[in-house]
Design a protein. Sequence first.
Length: 54
Amino acid sequence: MHYDREIVGDGLWQAQRDRIIEAGPETTLWESESEWTSAKERTDPIRAARVRNA
């Protein structure tokens, strides 16, 4: 299973990525990533590139 979401609010941008992977019999691996920044920084192309490449 793969789940992505993006939330934009007053002054905030947040992205969440979750993956649930079958790792073996009766074993599941859960990977989770979260990224956030202020909405103002997100609209600045130079700052946004730095955040994505961090």
